[in-house]
Design a protein around this ligand. Sequence first.
Ligand code: AMP
Ligand code: MG
Length: 277
Amino acid sequence: MDYREKLMIRPGAKVSLADIDPGFHGHHESHEKAMPELGETLSEITRLQELLYAEKKHALLVVLQGIDAAGKDGVCWHVIQAMNPQGTAVTGFKQPSHEELAHDFLWRIHKKVPGLGQVGVFNRSHYEDVLVVRVHKLAPKHVWEMRYDAINAFEKGLTKAGVSIVKFFLYISREEQLERFKRRLDDPARRWKISESDYSERELWDDYVAAYEAMLTKCSTKEAPWYVLPSNHKWFRNLAASKIILEALRAMDMKAPEPSVDIDEIRAKYHKAEKDG
Ligand code: AMP
Ligand code: MG
């Protein structure tokens, strides 16, 4: 299946999350059956990330958004495991500090954008400034309303500078979220994930849906499209994320750079060293 085709929000399309099934898992019947494809996809990502690192002509930025327990940490882990840590960085964006709040909202974001040859994963991002800020009225409407255009211009500028941007909205159902909260309560190993705000945020579900729909509708662009990942099934979410990342890497059409040394000269040195022992 072409996951990009299937899961991409067409630029200009008006998004209604009610029309998307968070339990979708394509033609794959189970995690076990999807495993071989998942493995192949990850190995290919490994190969291309090494090329990205070597060539230093492109950067890849993966943006993750989703409601609590949607699986943002899980996708970070899953995607990054295929990559050489030397060329990757994950940034989690939390409540802004005083210093960050004293600057425009993109200031802290811009500093963490990967440079050429690097992969960056944003666990939450500048989109919080049109999500939590909108839902909790942390800024007046006229302030956050202007941010959609600011974000589109910012992302367009990044793509012109060689950064490919892939944005994933991890979509789970309300029932699935409650199920995951239950698992967090029941399993001592997961309890550290529980946060005071989990339940108060859950009460604002409809407000968040409206904010997500606006974000997806206004900020899925040709340069930096949004993908809605059906995420009730973690394995499908991971498979779809890796397939789309792989396609983004392939689209860069990378080649290993020419060596910076004279290979014949180096070969002669090698033979001499071999002879000398
Ligand atoms: P977590 O990702 O679970 O560690 O939580 C991080 C928290 O920081 C979430 O509640 C986010 O909504 C919040 N956060 C992230 N960015 C912003 C922002 N720009 N303004 C306000 N809160 C934010
Ligand atoms: Mg959380």
